[in-house]
Design a protein around this ligand. Sequence first.
Ligand code: HSE
Length: 400
Amino acid sequence: MIKIAILGYGTIGSGVVEVLNTNRESIAGRAGDEIEVKYILDLRDFPGDPMEDKVVHDYGIIVNDPEIQVVVEAMGGVEPAYTFVKKALLAGKSVTTSNKALVAKHGAELIAIAKEQSINFMFEASVGGGIPIIRPLNSSLTADEIQEITGILNGTTNYMLSKMTFEGLEFDDVLKDAQSRGYAEADPTADVEGYDACRKIAILTSLVCGQQVDFEEIYTEGITKITAVDICYAKAMGKVVKLLATSRKTEEGYCAMVAPFLLSQEHPLYNVNDVFNAIFVHGNVLGDAMFYGSGAGKLPTASAVVADIVDIAKHLHKNILISWSSRKMDLVDWKKAKSRFFVRAKEEKENIQKIFGSVEFIEAEGISGETGFLTEVLTEEAFEQKASGLKNILQRIRVV
Ligand code: HSE
């Protein structure tokens, strides 16, 4: 019997209990032993809940119990999750977490402690919800130099943009809907401002380059400024707006960014809708690969956490090497990144052409009093420099 403790009995913590109960036998078969939840740490009590008698309020009970071999961190946020996880690892207990904020900030250190202790720190659920991506990067795609990872890594915003596109709904209404479905973070600012996707692409880039990528250095723009008018123009161009998190290996180094992009039908991420996430990976010998699936929500995320528990059970006292050192990877200045830009401005076409040269003007049904246009491929800094010559820019969205 492998005894585990769950920290946090919210959406993910209760999902882990549900998954363990639903697939008890097959999970035991795959883990080689039964998994039993001995404790649940939460500030609250849960009267009437079947797990009521497992709830404790003192972390000391868990960390000092030699029977506990695995700690599941499902609290979210950096503290006290970091302190609890570090204590668990130092006490010889393996940890799995769904917490991208924790992994992005302290992943390298926690991985190193697990290695020293011959145990494991796993975080499959921290990126892409139920989609396997951490394990594939760490064990399946190891023959490659990964040259690009581009993903739709936030279920909430993908759900919102899909609803805005297909049902013409307003931003605030779709956000409430996403929250009620358990997709959004406790503070949905992390979703809609792109911070959640930023931490996820920082984790993936760290795994790919084997060094610490600081999420603070990744240029991040959310979807709060995307309007129904932008969606109309996107439709007129046969494109969709998606929040992409992307990182590329260039000759100068790694370049990463999170921002809304306009995607054409040919793009592999064009058809990724609703709460689904997808991660496109390009390796120098593999070529292209795509990972697609449920990117947020209780059971998909819990499925990835429980898969980590099974992997930990199969490797008790044996560390699975994860190549992610604390040595910092300096990113290439994002202003050197190149793309086409879609722009909406209250400007005369002649003036736009004078500044941007050759552009493609876009007409959208029912929109007047402004001009929409697509630039040629420009660096970010060249775009900014040209755009400063226009007085009334209403919007600019990058195009891939
Ligand atoms: N709020 C996150 C999302 C949860 O919407 O993708 C999964 O990390």
